[in-house]
Design a protein around this ligand. Sequence first.
Ligand SMILES: Nc1ncnc2c1ncn2[C@@H]1O[C@H](COP(=O)(O)OP(=O)(O)OP(=O)(O)O)[C@@H](O)[C@H]1O
Length: 276
Amino acid sequence: MNRAVDPRDLQVHADDGIAKGDVLLEVNNVSLRFGGVKAITDISFDILKGEIRAIIGPNGAGKTSMLNVINGFYTPQEGTITFRGVERRAMRTTDAARQGIARTFQNIALFKGMTTLDNIMTGRITLQTSNIFSQALWFGPAVREEIAHRQRVEEIIDFLEIQHIRKVPVGRLPYGLQKRVELGRALAAEPSLLLLDEPMAGMNLEEKEDMSRFILDVNSQFGTTIALIEHDMGVVMDISDRVVVLDYGRKIGDGTPDEVSKNQDVIDAYLGVPHE
Ligand SMILES: Nc1ncnc2c1ncn2[C@@H]1O[C@H](COP(=O)(O)OP(=O)(O)OP(=O)(O)O)[C@@H](O)[C@H]1O
């Protein structure tokens, strides 16, 4: 594995003045409805700087909706999000990205006809400072910026061990590698908070082990705080520091993997015990 990359060089948002272990993001009494459907009801939890925080729960529990509130895609009817000490209710996803929140999706959302390299380059967009005119005219600063972006992307490619597919259109790659490219694109934005929506979905055991290792490496070497939705309980228990459990849009558990696995409400939810 190429470990010549200094992870500190890959982080612009990680050094955000918040100490490891302090609150990076707070979800405060958030409720979200779609017409008559209550996707999220009065949920509060926090994410600490430097931790891996899992969000789990049965199908339809509200996990993806929660990520969509955190990254500004949905505006909750009630409640707020506080990120790096700044409270907000409504925010555009592009602003969330600029502030250091990046995400991957449940269904891979890559440009299938573009190469691995170009897909990961698109993750740099929010960090670009030169405008379209100077880029088109190939002005010096724009050229230098382009070279710097390319260098960062190559470092991420080395880190994720995907040099051999850098020029391959992602549509031709096996599923597990596409997921890794999507992780690379999110990392290219150099986030302080990385949201992963089912990063292991559809993977075989070996691919899951690889992805788990990369998530742990991103967390420990880049200092990136991670919130992930995952259905594979083995993975959740292995890699997360704390777990928040949702069921029917409500929070039913919150704690270390050990604590939530002993929580009777959580056990009932997973066994499908009917609600009163
Ligand atoms: N855009 C939407 N319009 C209407 N209802 C929605 C929308 N998005 C989610 N819902 C509903 O909100 C509830 C929570 O959905 P959500 O996708 O957040 O759950 P989830 O825990 O991520 O589920 P899964 O594990 O199956 O992905 C479900 O009842 C779902 O049908």
